[in-house]
Design a protein around this ligand. Structure first.
Ligand code: ATP
Ligand code: MG
Length: 233
């Protein structure tokens, strides 16, 4: 059973390179919750801490201090192997710069997150083909990811985030490289994941994202703190 709040951050601070000359306090005592099956948008200028906040939610790393509970699992002060496990079980991450492996095909990139899970090759391909079909990418299945358009690449990134069927989807600037029409398609796609029962957190300063009818809240981040939260339309 999933808890009522899939994301619970309490006074969370994230410091990069702590104690070194290049130390950066990226988040300062941030408290923030996202309910199960909610879709929220995180806004803020470049360098304000959006990707850092999403990385905490996506179990990419634990906070430097404070409490973070994701999908009911406390991830603060956890050994790395637990963090890795929760990342795989709970979250799908759509990265700001896609993070595709260029020497692999679309299909291979999508199945990548399944490799550590001991799923048979046949099942891996079947899961990926279902997602390729869902996102209208079947005809690009065996293409190198370097041969895709921006819109196609963004859909591959979303498909890869979904391959382990996670309850939480985190998408970092998913429309940054797309025109208006494609942006709307991508947000509709993310909203449909919410309609399937997932919890969706998107970092974006694109009004097409923040004004989407399915957006429950808009969180404004500035210099590592949450300035305010507005309810969506
Ligand atoms: N790996 C890192 N090591 C050191 N500092 C980092 C690292 N990642 C981010 N930072 C710093 O932390 C702060 C917040 O960065 P973050 O990437 O979260 O911002 P952002 O809001 O996502 O910005 P953008 O809109 O440009 O993507 C910035 O000052 C950045 O330089
Ligand atoms: Mg960012």
């Amino acid at each position: 059973m999933m808890p009522d709040n899939l994301v619970e951050l309490q006074a969370v601070t994230k410091i990069y390179n702590q104690g070194q000359a290049n130390e950066v306090i990226a988040l300062k005592q941030v408290s923030f919750t996202v309910a199960r099956n909610e879709m929220v948008c995180v806004q803020g200028p470049s360098g304000s801490g959006k990707t850092t906040l999403l990385s905490l939610i996506g179990c990419i790393f634990a906070p430097t201090s404070g409490r973070a509970t994701i999908g009911g699992k406390k991830i603060s002060r956890l050994p790395d192997h637990f963090l890795t496990r929760y990342r795989r079980e709970l979250t799908g991450f759509v990265f700001q710069h896609y993070n595709m492996l260029d020497h692999l095909t679309v299909l291979e990139n999508i199945t990548l997150p399944l490799l550590p899970l001991g799923i048979s090759p046949g099942d891996r391909v079947r899961k990926a083909d279902r997602l390729l079909e869902k996102f209208g990418l079947s005809h690009r299945r065996n293409f190198s990811v370097t041969q895709l358009s921006g819109g196609e690449l963004q859909r591959v990134a979303i498909a890869r985030a979904l391959i382990n069927d996670p309850p939480i989807i985190v998408a970092d600037e998913p429309t940054a490289h797309l025109d208006g029409k494609l942006s709307r398609e991508v947000v509709d796609m993310l909203a449909s994941l919410r309609d399937e029962g997932r919890t969706v957190v998107i970092a974006s300063h694109d009004p097409i994202v923040s004004a989407h009818p399915a957006m429950a809240r808009i969180i404004e981040v500035r210099d590592g703190i949450i300035l305010h939260q507005l309810s969506g339309r």
